[in-house]
Design a protein around this ligand. Structure first.
Ligand code: ADP
Ligand code: MG
Length: 730
């Protein structure tokens, strides 16, 4: 029996029931495994609790002695839940999470066994970090990296089977202080944005003392039966299929989108949702997506740092829970050719400590001017730094999706809807028309009456835009489904912080010259509208016309990762990162190197998997069929049948032989190109060679011939599960 038939026979059609939520209410379990401030209150002394709250809310430093008290409180809570181990949980630049478990259990010097968790162990650890990517920042022999506690993200308990581990969210830094993870720069960007935004807010409202970016992500994913996945080495090793003929029925009927959720997947969803609730991940939405076997979930938005942790945690939880259901979750941006891929929309806004969403139009002219200020500054930021924003979402897997006519293009543009387009045009022309100080007309733009109602109707129509205003937030839609949101969120918050800083400088300069505050603000807003206009686009982002138009406008359109990443290390980028305290030059150069290396490795692995599959699965199956045809033809000849009666077989034989030969030749040529690429010493050149010479030149070509063979060869002989099986059997 072939791997494939065996797999098909082992598809687990039955449901594994999901455990029921206690008391049937989500609130009953929500945050049960999280050391929230509420829980902390029960376990900590007044002093320790106050110190922790001050740190969570205001970023105040926690003294060592107090940290020890907090650590014992945490241990007491964790032990009450059956926890035996703890770990610092961090987000190294591999893109996943890392943990190294230590037990509370230890021996005293006289051999007495005790359980303890000291302040020092809570605050800082030194995992052997030599094999995490560091882009040359930390000499490998030194191997020193520190994980340091981030009190702003609450500790949580991960349950795996009966094992329970207390996870402490941490940042990861080198011995020399450079950050080696995704979280530390994000926290710096959040702080930089806070400062810049509070200054601007105070023009309108003196009560604001803190501004926090908010993030609500939407996670798309595929769910496939485990037995079938295991029979596809490409899915196992690359998370995507490198071969596979698109089945007769794909997504053309559009019958999957928002359809009823298949029962087995539903049981899985309830199970991972339940686990997520316990971890305090506020999941809210679940539905089918466009492609068969594709789904989406989304939580209620949170502060960006927490939302990022929750997303990366959720991806882990989903993958583990799926196993219990004999399913596999594919988070890859493009697991299947010919049908839609997966993204992760990042809904982003800014919230004040006075409870205002700065990107929600207000009810009075004054709050609307505040809205307009943040709205226009965001557009200006995206305009000025579109290339860096593009670089922040660049990855080998996202390259398959961006610009593939189902996802936003690699061209960054901003969609704002008809109404706000009109508002911006109004502001532009009114401020232009001989504005004098007495003229209050601009302040009477009447935004307050019309915006809120119209907004809902007008903003979310365009699904083809990579960066769209959706009523009370911007939605960055080009983020890939496997991505850690921290990177795009770091960049977005940094560029907005930078723009706001420049904005207040310009406003101050005008005020110093004697302009009234509101007038000064309007002047700068007007200027920003004019200078960033070319980033606004309301049309179809998937269309060829837009690509031409964007080129005319001078908007960058970098389709591949190795070149898109250049934007990370331009003088402009280095300046904005340094000035806002996000990355030093050394840090950003290291990151650039790491991203290039990741790209190279991903393409390298895919190329190898392609070669292996072609050699060990495709060609042998095709040869068997070729032999059958040969036998058949020679028997027919022996029987002296006229050739016109087996012309079909002869054509088949010719076609099969041609495709076998093509697969063989191209796989070998690809291996040669890999060798050439591997000899390049410059990382960027190597990445470009892998992109242009290995991937672009051979992947589609090899796939074309393999997929042709899949259509020709006897189904019984084909060893890899086919798309129709992967996508529809469950
Ligand atoms: P959809 O985009 O599917 O129409 P919604 O617009 O209701 O759905 O929300 C999508 C996501 O946007 C949700 O995750 C939601 O929490 C998030 N969101 C809503 N308001 C904000 C906000 N102020 N800041 C960040 N994210 C938000
Ligand atoms: Mg959305």
């Amino acid at each position: 029996m072939s791997l494939r038939t065996d797999a098909v026979n082992h598809v687990s059609y039955g449901n594994i029931s999901s455990p029921d939520i206690k008391g049937a209410k989500i609130t009953g379990v929500f945050g049960e495994n999280v050391f929230t401030l509420k829980t902390a209150r029960e376990y900590l002394s007044d002093e320790a609790y106050k110190s922790l709250t001050a740190s969570v809310r205001g970023g105040k430093k926690i003294e060592r002695a107090v940290a020890s008290q907090i650590a014992s409180g945490m241990r007491a809570w964790a032990e009450s839940k059956g926890v035996t181990h703890y770990t610092h949980w961090f987000q190294p630049l591999t893109g996943t999470t890392a943990e190294k478990h230590d037990s509370f259990f230890t021996l005293k010097s006289d051999g007495t066994a005790i359980e303890e968790f000291e302040g020092a162990a809570l605050i800082q650890q030194e995992p052997d970090a030599s094999s995490f990517p560091n882009g040359g920042l930390r000499a490998t022999f030194e191997a020193r990296g520190y994980s340091a506690w981030d009190p702003s993200s609450p500790p949580f308990i991960i349950e795996i089977g009966n094992g329970k581990t207390l996870c402490i969210p941490t940042i990861f830094i080198a011995y020399t202080g450079e950050s080696l993870d995704y979280k530390a720069p994000l926290m710096k960007a959040v702080e930089s944005l806070n400062k810049a935004a509070v200054t601007v807010c105070n023009y309108f409202d003196k009560n604001v003392t803190k501004v926090t970016p908010t993030l609500g992500w939407e996670q798309e994913y595929f769910v496939i039966d485990e037995a079938l996945v295991n029979a596809r080495p490409d899915l196992v090793q690359c998370g995507r299929t490198v071969f596979g003929f698109t089945p007769a029925k794909g997504q053309q009927l559009e019958d999957h989108y928002f359809g009823s959720i298949p029962e087995r997947v539903y049981a899985f969803m309830r199970d991972f949702e339940n686990e997520s609730y316990k971890l305090g991940i506020p999941l809210r939405t679940r539905h089918n997506e466009v492609a068969p076997a594709q789904f989406e979930c989304a939580p209620i938005f949170e502060e960006v740092n927490i939302a990022v942790d929750h997303n990366i945690l959720l991806m882990d939880v989903m993958s583990r829970v799926a196993k219990r259901h004999r399913l596999v979750v594919l988070l890859h941006e493009k697991p299947f050719a010919g049908i839609n891929g997966s993204g992760k929309h990042n809904n982003w806004s800014l919230a004040t400590d006075t409870g205002i969403n700065l990107l929600a139009p207000g009810k009075t002219p004054k709050t609307n001017l505040m809205f307009l200020t943040f709205f226009v500054n965001t557009i200006k930021a995206v305009h000025d730094y579109a290339d860096i924003l593009r670089a922040s979402i660049a990855s080998a897997s996202n390259d398959f999706r961006l610009g593939a006519n189902e996802a936003p293009p690699a061209i960054i543009s901003v969609f704002i809807g008809d109404y706000l387009t009109k508002v911006l045009n109004d502001v532009e022309s009114r401020v232009n028309s001989k504005f004098d100080e007495q003229d209050e007309a601009i302040l009477k733009l009447d935004l307050h009456r019309s915006i809120p109602e119209l907004m809902i109707d007008n903003t979310d129509r365009n699904r083809t835009s990579p960066f769209a205003f959706t009523g009370n937030k911007f939605e960055f839609r080009a983020v890939g489904s496997t991505a850690n949101c921290a990177l795009p969120m770091t960049i977005l918050n940094t560029i907005v912080a930078d723009t706001l800083n420049k904005f207040s400088e310009e406003v101050e300069a005008l005020i110093a010259k004697g302009d009234k505050k509101e007038i000064a603000i309007m002047q700068v807003i007007q200027k920003y509208i004019v200078t960033s206009k070319k980033i606004l686009f309301e049309g179809d982002g998937y269309s060829e016309a837009w690509h031409k138009e964007a080129e005319k406008r001078g908007l960058p359109n970098l389709k591949t990762t190795p070149v898109a990443l250049d934007a990370m290390v331009t003088e402009k980028a280095k300046k904005v990162f340094l000035e806002n305290g996000i990355y030093t030059h050394a840090e950003i150069e290291a990151r650039h190197e790491i991203e290039l290396e990741k790209y190279i490795k991903k393409v390298q692995i895919e190329a190898r998997v392609m070669g292996d599959l072609a050699t060990n699965h495709i060609i042998p199956a095709a040869i068997k069929y070729q032999n059958e045809l040969l036998k058949n033809v020679s028997l027919l000849r022996e029987a002296a049948l006229p050739e016109k009666l087996y012309k079909g077989q002869l054509t088949l034989l010719k076609d099969v032989s041609t495709h076998i030969q093509q697969v063989y030749e191209n796989v070998h040529a690809m291996v040669e190109e890999r060798k050439v690429a591997n000899n390049l010493t410059d990382t960027r050149e190597k990445a470009i060679a892998y992109e242009a010479k290995v991937k672009t030149q051979y992947f589609d070509k090899i796939r074309y011939h393999v997929d042709k063979l899949e259509q020709l060869v006897d189904d019984e002989l084909w060893t890899l599960p086919k798309y129709r099986e992967l996508l529809f059997l469950r």
